[in-house]
Design a protein around this ligand. Structure first.
Ligand SMILES: Nc1nc2c(c(=O)[nH]1)N[C@H]1C(S)=C(S)[C@@H](COP(=O)(O)O)O[C@H]1N2
Ligand SMILES: [Mo]
Length: 204
């Protein structure tokens, strides 16, 4: 099947939140490409930590056991990369963001988040974008642990934004009053990154 035929199968289809299944300018991939800037960090679950800090009353650090003991969610989501591939209908398993946010008390000023990763990658988003129905801190994909190149042992999944917001090797969520650009955002990419508005670059 040609790329054109494959894409045209999704014409007119809507996703679970009522938007076009395939955003403008995207093409379906049957693979799970790897997109990593720089080196791939290898983090053992015995050394992995997630820190919740910034505008919280009391910072919290979770270890792997504590994280895995939280309620688990599996959901089906699409994944749209700004380089124009979209991977559709894959299952992701992890801890829903609402369970993570229950662990801290945010101060009223907290409106934005910086996701910090092992290896130094960062990406920013509003608290509203992070705190959504389909946002998970994932450890598994299609029923198997995430491989290291896809962000194992743990990555963020933000299906409603271009995939650079889905931070691999997540290490820290920093709650902030003001928006501040992460790695790609400092390099000309959009702060908001909505695929249905084709917010690819900072001037879109
Ligand atoms: N830590 C980290 N997270 C990252 C990236 C990265 O380079 N480092 N790349 C981003 C980009 S541009 C995309 S498209 C997705 C790709 O995820 P994948 O490699 O699992 O397909 O991860 C995002 N998260
Ligand atoms: Mo990407």
């Amino acid at each position: 099947m040609s790329l054109f035929e494959r894409d045209s199968q999704f014409k007119g289809l809507k996703n679970s939140f009522g938007k076009d299944k395939m955003p403008q300018g995207q093409h379906v991939t049957l693979k799970f490409p790897v997109l990593t800037y720089g080196a791939t960090p290898t983090i053992k679950t015995t050394e992995w930590e997630l820190r919740l800090d910034g505008l919280v009353e009391q910072p919290v650090t979770l270890d792997w056991q504590t994280f895995m003991a939280l309620p688990q969610t599996t959901l089906t989501a699409d994944f749209h990369c700004v380089t124009r591939w979209s991977m559709l209908d894959k299952t992701w398993t992890g801890v829903h963001i609402s369970e993570i946010l229950k662990l801290v008390r945010l101060t009223p000023e907290a409106k934005f988040v910086m996701a910090h990763c092992y290896g130094g990658y960062t990406t920013n988003m509003s608290l509203d974008v992070l705190n959504d129905d389909d946002v998970l801190l994932c450890h598994s994909w299609e029923g198997a642990p995430l491989t290291v190149e896809h962000g194992g042992p743990c990555r963020l999944l933000v299906p409603k934004r271009y995939a650079w917001k889905s931070a691999k090797w997540i290490h820290r969520l920093e709650f902030m009053a003001n928006d501040s650009p992460g790695f790609w955002e400092q390099n000309g990419y959009s702060m908001t990154a909505d695929p249905w508005k084709e917010e690819r670059y900072s001037d879109d």
